[in-house]
Design a protein around this ligand. Structure first.
Ligand code: ATP
Ligand code: MG
Length: 353
């Protein structure tokens, strides 16, 4: 099994290094690592934020562990040469269509949430967001109307098979969790959403062990704040998922703890090909200072073990070690603590049972 490691810019290399120490400690004999440049560092070395060799390394792997991209010295470059383009390029070139974002409030960290502690404490959910369709990729344009007013439009559209494949990802994720899936749409007004709902219901027949419910997106936004503990897995389209996943992140609060996965269609020997990254960026303000919290990247590694390598037990071991460190008040600056990157890595390593 091969993992491409794209550490990238800013705090990317620091947080990725700690995740790799955790991986090393798991002593998985079959795992091989391939390192490649991405983002600003790749631009400076090779003239492009996503060099062909990096893309090839990602393609030839079972999974990609990604740090972060972003480099203030690249701000003046043409758009296609900016570091952020690398992650967009990877998503499209690798056919990553499902974005998974867990949101969980760890015991003792209820105060980091924007919500009341007793409400926040119950948060343990996963948002599965479709990434390749919806208004972002529909026909779009602007024009001038006869009376001189300007008009703009973006078509929202989903094809049946696009909904089907994201639904399968979500049902499978629910099977590995509490077995509850809530599909979020706006089927009372949108045709796209009616199709979405119909297809999700059809797919549900293959997952009798998962309890499916439906919710309109406006209500879901409200429920995420009112009673987020009710959700296990949420599946939704690109636009609604974009908004709800950021909302869920703020319900958790701590940017240094949030992991993500973007899964593709290709299967690996033991799972699904995917790219795994913390949701935070390159954080140039603290880069190189040893202050970044590596837990989000370590938790992203856990997702990699689960979804791409089929190593559920190892994934849980890593997640338990992070939870144990947090329970022992090993907190980074993002959580009001004083522990640095390396100290947090050490603390997680010590707790890997
Ligand atoms: P980018 O442009 O790459 O997204 P950014 O400056 O927007 O970079 P973010 O990563 O989005 O940075 O972070 C926003 C704030 O949160 C920054 O002040 C950053 O220092 C802080 N932060 C981000 N990640 C971490 C982390 N892992 N540990 C501690 N603080 C973090
Ligand atoms: Mg940012």
């Amino acid at each position: 099994m091969r993992i491409a490691v794209l550490a990238g810019d800013g705090i990317g290399p620091e947080v990725t290094a700690e995740a790799l120490r955790v991986l090393d400690a798991l002593a998985l004999p079959q795992v091989e690592l391939v390192h490649a440049d991405v983002g600003g560092v790749a631009y400076h070395r090779h003239g492009h934020p996503l060099p062909a060799a990096t893309l090839a390394a990602a393609r030839d792997s079972d999974a990609v562990l990604f740090g972060a991209v972003g480099d203030p010295t690249c701000d003046a470059l043409e758009r296609h040469l900016r570091p952020e383009q690398a992650i967009l390029g990877l998503r499209s070139e690798l056919g990553l269509f499902a974005n998974l974002r867990p949101a969980k409030v760890f015991a003792g960290l209820e105060h980091t949430s924007a919500l009341k502690p007793e409400i926040a404490g119950a948060i343990d959910l996963l948002i599965v967001r479709e990434l390749n369709g919806d208004v972002y990729f529909g026909e779009k344009g602007t024009r001038k109307l006869a009376d001189g007013r300007r008009q703009g439009w973006d078509m929202m559209s989903y094809a049946e098979d696009e909904v089907e494949r994201i639904a399968h990802v979500a049902f499978r994720a629910a099977q590995g969790r509490q077995g509850r899936l809530c599909s979020v749409d706006k089927a009372n007004v949108l045709e796209t959403s009616q199709l979405w709902r119909d297809v999700v219901i059809e797919v549900a027949a293959q997952y009798p062990d998962v309890a499916l419910s439906h919710m309109y997106v406006d209500n879901a936004a409200m429920q995420l704040v009112r009673q987020p503990g009710q959700f296990d897995v949420i599946v939704t389209g690109n636009l609604f998922g974009d908004i709800l996943s950021d909302q869920a992140s703020m319900c958790v609060g701590s940017i240094g703890l949030l992991a993500s996965a973007s899964l593709g269609a290709r299967t690996t020997a033991h799972g699904t090909f995917g790219l795994y990254e913390p949701i935070h960026g390159s954080a140039p303000d603290i880069a190189g200072k040893g202050l970044a919290n590596p837990m989000a990247t370590i938790l992203s590694l856990a997702m990699l073990l689960r979804h791409s390598l089929g190593l559920e037990d190892h994934a849980r071991r890593v997640e338990r070690a992070v939870a144990a460190a947090l329970a022992d008040c090993i907190l980074g600056g993002d959580l009001g603590g004083t522990h640095g990157t390396r100290a947090i890595g050490d603390a997680v390593l010590e707790r890997l049972s």
